[in-house]
Design a binder for this molecule. Structure first.
Ligand SMILES: [Zn+2]
Length: 336
């Protein structure tokens, strides 16, 4: 993901700060995963350090090297094995001991800053309290509440919203994804380009086809089919959650169709015929109770570490088919 999309207000605020040469020494960029916080941080480094700031697209060699992580005055720290330890913070501090090599500012970006453990955060406090005048620290986090309040309070806070569907579509197309699929992925990922790209590279779209096939042909699934399907989606917790999420967005689309909502509000826009077909065969009470039980199943799997996802999805599939096909579903006739 390399395209800078959206966040115009944040960018113009940061550009102005750089122009006036009055940046804060520490920032906390917070907001959902995959909306472009790191790209904005890198662009901010360009605002601060570009030798020819009239160059509107920041494509000079200094900016290019900064964005590609090849510039000596820019440092990006990432978690290792899901944690940022104190030695990483000490590395940052030893780098910050020296003035920048080429540019006006040394910019240090700490990605997933909430993964700093306690001692790392305490060590960072020293830098936050007495920053060298050339240093700019940018902490990036999707879960800032996990950070120490003393760290957060020393940073200027910049909150990132979600991207528009159009922005996510442009980013996906720029990554070589076909327009139709890009539209669906963008809607499913509700404003996070990073999430949409992850979905594309995982088995998400294939899983979606399977879920929609089961829900729209519930009359031919049968007891065995329901349990088999449950086994395939509960192979791991994440897949089970994804399948439930797909199912609930599908039911939502059916309900929207029933009340005559325009398709632009829907998510599975590549299945409009199927949506219209299925929606007119089901009554809304059934769909609403189905939606409720999907939400409950997702809550169970997400909340209970010890719950067996397969048991939850078995129950969920049987309830789903009873709701869609009526109470006779799964009842074996007495005389074979
Ligand atoms: Zn430049």
């Amino acid at each position: 993901m390399h395209v800078l999309e959206g966040h115009e207000k944040i960018l113009s605020f940061l550009a102005l700060t750089a122009q006036n040469d009055r940046p804060a020494h520490a920032y906390l960029f917070s907001g959902r995963e995959g909306v472009g916080k790191k790209l904005v941080a890198l662009r901010f480094a360009c605002f601060l350090n570009c030798p020819s700031p009239t160059d509107a697209d920041y494509s000079c060699s200094t900016c290019t090297r900064m964005v590609e992580g090849k510039h000596p005055d820019i440092r990006i720290t990432l978690p290792e094995k899901n944690m940022i330890r104190i030695d990483k913070v000490r590395e940052i501090q030893s780098v910050l001991r020296y003035a920048p090599v080429e540019c006006r500012y040394r910019v240090v970006i700490i990605d997933d800053a909430h993964l700093m453990n306690r001692s790392a955060q305490n060590a960072l406090l020293k830098t936050l309290e007495e920053p060298p005048n050339y240093s700019i620290l940018i902490l990036i986090s999707s879960r800032p509440s996990l950070m120490l309040p003393t760290v957060r309070s020393r940073c200027r806070k910049v909150r990132f919203g979600s991207l528009s569907t159009e922005s996510v579509v442009r980013i996906l197309r720029d990554n070589g994804i076909a327009p139709g699929e890009a539209g669906v992925l963008a809607r499913l990922a509700s404003g996070s380009a990073g999430r949409a790209l992850k979905m594309e590279s995982s088995q998400y779209m294939k899983l979606r086809e399977k879920v929609i096939a089961v829900l729209s042909h519930s009359d031919s699934v049968g007891l065995r089919g329901a349990l088999e399907f449950s086994a395939t989606i509960s192979s791991d917790r994440a897949t089970a959650i994804q399948a439930i999420e797909i199912a609930s967005t599908w039911i939502r689309d059916l309900l929207l169709e029933q009340i005559g909502t325009h398709s632009s509000e829907m998510i599975h826009v590549d299945f409009l015929d199927k949506i219209s077909d299925t929606a007119h065969r089901q009554d809304s009470d059934r769909l609403i109770s189905l939606y409720d039980q999907l939400v409950r199943a997702a809550e169970l799997i997400e909340a209970e570490i010890n719950v067996n996802p397969n048991l939850v999805t078995d129950t969920m599939m049987l309830k789903t088919l009873r709701i869609l096909e009526g109470p006779h579903f799964g009842v074996v006739p007495a005389n074979g």
